[in-house]
Write a protein that binds this ligand. Structure first.
Ligand code: ADP
Ligand code: MG
Length: 726
């Protein structure tokens, strides 16, 4: 009888290339079709309602109930025309993914059916908060939580349902999600950055964050996926011997996209375009079966929401192609893992990218101000920033020779580094000329010209400047980007506030704008030296150098999480009004809890696979070997030890690994039990991260060796070479 694996392999082989979607007409003819965007609002709303929504989108003005009613009716009309039957508030709980509860539009009154959607239903829903992680926040009052419409992100249609991007808060208004701190951090950085930008241009009244999120992912045939309990339950393989050939030849990176994959890409891109997601690039990534797509950057909230939506539609579309998308950071040992690079920049409402060096010295001075604030923010909170992207998944990836190291640093490139050196060597107080007005730039002549330098790239840096933006490369592929971005925005907001306060103090003391700014820039750069690093982030030397500089590396994730409770962290979040102390504490608890639960699941799956798949297969092969040896002994009593040498040796090896495996699995279960008995979550997480994880590595070692020894015919799980065969 063919094994499950063999059937799966046959199924996978029969999954011919998927059909192209063949959307008729150019992308421009259907782009945004499924989004209730500004153009549709203009069509379906009265002028005052349209203006109110626009104001809410750009300046956090509140929408009153009357307008909400009109907007709800317009949304309903459009959604019904498009064939929708339900609506849902889609929110981003602390699980890291999205959540939705669908409500039907239809209402029956006096036996008559009609569609109903009121302003109050749009503005707020009341899903039960008790089943989402809250870090104890909801226990203080009731299980109730509210999801509230976020008008800054457009509503859209998915599978016949009107989806309303929403925030999720507890009964007494504490944030239970990623969106609330994300929106607050955007407000904080807007305010702080506007203050600094106005030193250079009083016309600036708003600064927004732009984000471009590159998404890496793996694709696996769904038949093979379903034959791997670990992929199904953990999104990652907990055992599996590396294939003889994987990425050594670098023949996958930027290689020709396999037709089957190209069909899938075309198909999900079509759906993405309909949802207004402007996907721009696609390519093969380094590891076999690994790919990447990237949209054009846009406003941060939209970018984050669209990325969450993109992950959903990719998975939905994959079904049609008999594929599974793996967003996990490290699904396969021995080959590269996946990231979600966050390309981050700041722009003014006057259209200036504040991280783009200009042609004139004053522009450069503005650029240097913002740049030095980012440097200082990272220097102040390097460990927090690194921890913001640290979790169980990413811990399998970071620090390997494929992803940024687990210690934070900023790469500026040779051009900028030279500029910094020059500035730092300059006279403490450049000559004063004129009144200090905006155009008195003579004394800045000594400020070097700065050119955008896109060729200077450093893939080993977790946080690299790439010409007109920073690229936070350490973020993991499966994360909600908000979790890293609101931390970054908050710390930069704090730094900008400090910059403005110091500069204003100098202005009050009679300094010119240029003098004052330059003095603060210098000070900020000087105090950021410890995180400025231009070399190879993967090297041993950097590890030592980083330690000398006092930069902490995330070596153990639960240990690192403690940085959330440090005074400097809480003070920072409170000072910019993003998270209160109790909200920070709650988040800390959820982080530990999630870490423990995920590792518990992985460890259980590993135990099950070993007991139900690996050991039975190994024993079946042992039985064949034993039979051979026994037969040999009967037929060739004097020579069987020589004739059956290989069988005897293989038997001994297998039996050694089987014994080790079963005793290590038992110890692993024991360690889990011990850890579970510890009430304190921090302590429990620590035990999981050390004792349980340590035994998981041991278990895997034996299982992977057995995979190499046991008859291929008997091996029940698809192997790496089969999973990664595109
Ligand atoms: P690379 O792999 O070379 O980094 P990609 O094209 O894969 O380049 O992705 C670059 C991402 O950075 C895209 O999403 C792009 O829109 C985004 N990006 C470009 N300029 C900016 C900017 N000023 N601010 C934010 N994101 C940007
Ligand atoms: Mg890229």
């Amino acid at each position: 009888m063919a094994s499950f694996r063999q059937n799966a392999l046959k199924d996978a082989a029969s999954h011919e290339a998927g059909r192209f979607y063949m959307q008729s007409g150019p992308v421009s003819s259907y782009f945004g079709r499924n989004v209730f965007d500004l153009a549709k609002m203009r069509k379906y709303l009265s002028k005052p309602a349209y203006d109110a929504v626009r104001a809410a989108m750009t300046s956090s003005a509140k929408i009153d109930r009357e307008v909400a009613n009109e907007v709800a009716t317009a949304m309903k009309t459009w959604a019904l025309e498009m064939g929708a039957t339900h609506y849902t508030h889609i929110f981003q709980p602390l699980t890291g993914s999205t959540a939705e509860k669908h409500e039907a539009f239809v209402t029956i009154k006096n036996g008559e059916a009609f569609e109903n959607f009121s302003g109050s239903a749009l503005v707020q829903q009341e899903p039960d908060a008790s089943s989402f992680p809250s870090g104890g926040l909801r226990n203080t009052f009731e299980a109730r939580g509210y999801s509230a419409w976020d008008p800054t992100s457009p509503v859209f249609l998915l599978d016949g349902t009107l989806c309303i991007p929403s925030a999720f808060v507890s009964y007494n208004g504490e944030a239970l999600d990623m969106k609330v701190p994300s929106l607050k951090a955007l407000e904080a950085i807007d305010k702080a950055a506007t203050g600094v930008a106005r030193l250079f241009d009083p016309k600036v009244s708003h600064v927004g964050v732009n984000l471009g999120l590159e998404q890496e992912y793996f694709l696996v045939d769904d038949a093979l996926y379903h034959a791997r309990p670990d992929l199904m339950l953990c999104e990652r393989t907990v055992i599996g011997h590396t294939s003889a050939k994987d990425q050594q030849l670098s023949d996958h990176y930027f290689g020709a996209i396999p037709s089957r994959v190209a069909a899938f890409m075309q198909d999900f891109e079509t759906e993405a375009y309909k949802l207004g997601i402007e996907l721009k690039t696609r390519h093969n990534e380094v590891a076999p079966n690994q790919f990447e797509c990237a949209p054009v950057f846009c406003e941060a909230t939209r970018a984050i929401d669209q990325n969450m939506l993109l992950m959903i539609i990719m998975q939905k579309v994959a079904v049609k192609h008999h594929l599974k998308v793996i967003f996990h950071e490290k699904p396969f040992d021995g080959v590269n893992g996946s990231g979600k690079h966050c390309n981050w920049s700041l722009t003014t409402d006057t259209g200036v990218n504040l991280l783009s060096p200009g042609e004139t010295p004053t522009k450069n001075l503005q650029f240097l101000s913002f740049y030095s604030c980012v440097l200082k923010a990272v220097a102040n909170h390097d460990y927090l920033l690194m921890t913001s992207i640290s979790n169980l998944n990413n811990s399998y990836r970071l620090g390997g020779n494929e992803a940024p190291p687990a210690v934070m640093s900023v790469f500026s490139g040779s051009t900028l580094s030279k500029v910094f050196d020059k500035i730092m060597d300059m006279d403490e107080s450049p000559e004063e000329t004129g009144t200090g007005s905006m155009d008195s730039v003579n004394m800045l002549k000594s400020l070097p010209e700065i050119f955008q330098d896109n060729t200077d790239r450093n893939r080993t840096s977790p946080f690299a400047f790439t010409g007109n933006r920073f690229e936070f490369r350490a973020a993991g592929s499966s994360c909600n980007a908000a979790s890293a971005v609101y931390v970054l925005n908050s710390m930069v907001a704090e730094s900008l506030n400090e910059f403005l306060a110091e500069t204003e103090a100098l202005l009050k003391a009679g300094e010119s704008v240029q003098n004052a700014v330059l003095t603060t820039v210098r000070k900020f750069i000087a105090s950021s030296r410890k995180v400025m690093f231009e070399g190879n982030g993967y090297s041993k030397e950097w590890e030592e150098e980083a330690r000398r500089r006092g930069l902490r590396a995330v070596e153990n994730v639960p240990d690192a999480y403690k940085v959330w409770l440090e005074d400097s962290t809480i003070k920072m979040f409170e000072s910019v009004g993003v998270l209160s102390r109790s909200e920070v504490e709650a988040r800390y608890e959820v982080l530990d809890e999630t870490y423990v639960k995920k590792l518990q699941i992985e460890s259980r799956v590993l135990g099950d696979i070993c007991l139900n798949h690996v050991i039975p297969a190994a024993v079946a092969y042992e039985n064949i070997l034993v039979k051979n040896i026994r037969d040999g002994k009967v037929i060739f009593p004097d020579e069987y030890k020589v004739l059956c040498k290989s069988e005897i040796e293989t038997y001994k090896k297998i039996s050694g690994f089987v014994n080790a495996l079963s005793s290590d699995v038992a110890s692993m279960v024991e360690e889990r039990k011990k850890a579970n008995a510890v009430a304190d979550m921090t302590e429990r997480a620590k035990l999981y991260s050390t004792n349980v994880k340590g035994l998981m590595d041991k278990v895997r070692y034996s299982a992977d060796h057995l995979e190499m020894l046991v008859d291929d015919e008997l091996w029940p799980l698809p192997k790496y070479r089969e999973l990664l065969s595109f």
